[in-house]
Design a protein around this ligand. Structure first.
Ligand SMILES: Nc1nc2c(c(=O)[nH]1)N[C@@H](CN(C=O)c1ccc(C(=O)N[C@@H](CCC(=O)O)C(=O)O)cc1)CN2
Length: 290
């Protein structure tokens, strides 16, 4: 039976002795480190660190860990996040009409494979309400168009605040989130809070109808990309990708069918890596400490 752990993610200017400094901070408080991953980006002069230690026997109570880590981050001039392995954060799933990613995420949550809770599903169509409620989630139908985008996103933010949502997953949500929404829910820093599944092996086939264009191009591999969401459409830091071979006998419907499998896998993998605190963003890209 694994015991609960704490996870410290730190990103700061690189300098000698940071590994000793960070692991020393855990050891000084009696912590038994179970995982330690680091990466130095020479070009950016940045140091990224993920340290995980057992809470059992640790000298600081949970509520003291964040303030103490904050002081350490300040001293290093860095950004940090502290999370606990036994906490399942509340997550909202946004969806339009396609159900394959929503159903997959709700099922993986029910089986415990994804350590999260899904109290809220938001959609710009009513179609998937019954499915969401079957899994115990509140379903909010918020129609959206160019005419009411600001009002609709204000309603989104109200619902997210009401449920204390810590992560938004766009599981085939076919509306572009505005900079205002992202600035409000996911202000730009090293720790992102919105994940999207894109229906192609980025950077190939950005935009609409990727499978038709892939068929026309005659590609031999198609795929899907789980990425953090930024203002730049399809341009956010990539977390996970999945591909599948295709052949000349595969028509567009076959590519769409095979693509759905890739979308489910890439999104579930991206969400799991995020929830395990194994992803850090720097320079528009990710370090994945899997
Ligand atoms: N700020 C961002 N918002 C969203 C992103 C993103 O990368 N940044 N990804 C999309 C998902 N997506 C591709 O993966 C995507 C969805 C929708 C569109 C689009 O052009 N939508 C049209 C409306 C289409 C419709 O009504 O069916 C639009 O918004 O005007 C492009 C890409 C999710 N949001």
């Amino acid at each position: 039976m694994t015991t609960a752990t704490a996870i410290l993610q730190m990103i700061c200017p690189d300098k000698p002795g940071l590994v000793r400094e960070l692991s020393g901070w855990v050891a000084a408080n009696g912590g038994n480190i179970v995982h330690a991953d680091h990466h130095s980006d020479q070009g950016a002069g940045l140091f990224l660190s993920r340290i995980e230690w057992q809470l059992e026997g640790f000298g600081l109570p949970r509520e003291a860990i964040c303030p103490t880590a904050s002081a350490l981050a300040e001293r290093l001039g860095g950004q940090y996040k502290v999370n606990f392995s036994d906490v399942r954060p509340p997550v909202a799933i946004f969806v339009s009409k396609q159900d394959h990613c929503l159903l997959d995420l709700l099922w993986r949550t029910r089986t415990g494979e994804l350590p999260m809770q899904v109290p809220l599903v938001i959609s710009n169509h009513p179609d998937l309400g019954a499915l969401a409620e079957e899994f115990g989630a509140r379903f909010a139908h918020v129609p959206i168009s160019a005419a009411n985008r600001e009002e609709a996103e204000a309603r989104h933010l109200e619902l997210l605040a009401e449920h204390g949502i810590e992560l938004v997953i766009l599981a085939k949500y076919m509306q572009v989130l505005t900079p205002a929404f992202l600035d409000s829910f996911d202000p730009p820093d090293a720790f992102h809070r919105v994940i999207n599944i894109h229906h192609s092996f980025l950077p190939a086939f950005q935009g609409a109808q990727p499978y038709h264009r892939a068929w026309e191009r005659g590609v031999k591999l198609i795929g899907a990309t789980g990425h953090y969401v930024t203002e730049q459409l399809d341009g956010g830091p990539i977390i996970a990708q999945s591909t599948v071979p295709v052949g000349h006998r595969d028509e567009v419907p076959d590519l769409i069918r095979l693509g759905r499998d890739c979308e489910r896998l890439a999104l579930a993998r991206a969400v799991r890596l995020h929830l395990k605190r194994q992803v850090m963003v720097y320079r528009g890209r990710t370090a994945v400490f899997a």
